[in-house]
Design a protein around this ligand. Structure first.
Ligand SMILES: [Zn+2]
Length: 125
């Protein structure tokens, strides 16, 4: 596996966090990476975190990394936006190092969040 930082995706993520998740996602504690060479066929993106024990041991706060696999770049812009929103929705309100599960991060809620994003984007001036 090879990883590269994805500043362009971080920029897009920032806009989403500012419009949708500003109250709980700490923008400077979330990074985006592109990965190459994964044999996982179904996954487009995934979010990683540092568990509570590691945070304590390292004496650092929570941190999240969103990894985008090669397939991501083949999607159209709207599909990509939904993938980014999906991954951001896995980050819980506590921002503590855990995840929200797919009962909440489901297609229906991602669609709703994406609609909200488009609406806010239009009225953001
Ligand atoms: Zn997911």
């Amino acid at each position: 596996m090879k990883y590269e930082s994805a500043l362009d995706l971080e920029e897009r993520m920032r806009e989403m966090v500012n419009l949708l998740f500003i109250n709980h996602i700490k923008i400077d504690r979330v990074k985006c990476l592109r990965s190459y060479g994964s044999r996982c066929r179904r996954t487009i993106a995934r979010v990683h975190t540092l568990g509570k024990a590691m945070q304590k041991g390292m004496e650092v706060g929570a941190f999240y990394t969103i990894e985008f696999l090669e397939k991501f770049d083949k999607l159209n812009k709207e599909e990509q936006d939904k993938v980014i929103i999906h991954e951001l929705m896995h980050i819980p309100k506590t921002f503590g190092g855990g995840f929200r599960q797919h009962d909440y991060v489901c297609d229906k809620n991602v669609e709703l969040m994406h609609e909200r994003f488009l609406n806010l984007k239009r009225t953001d001036f």
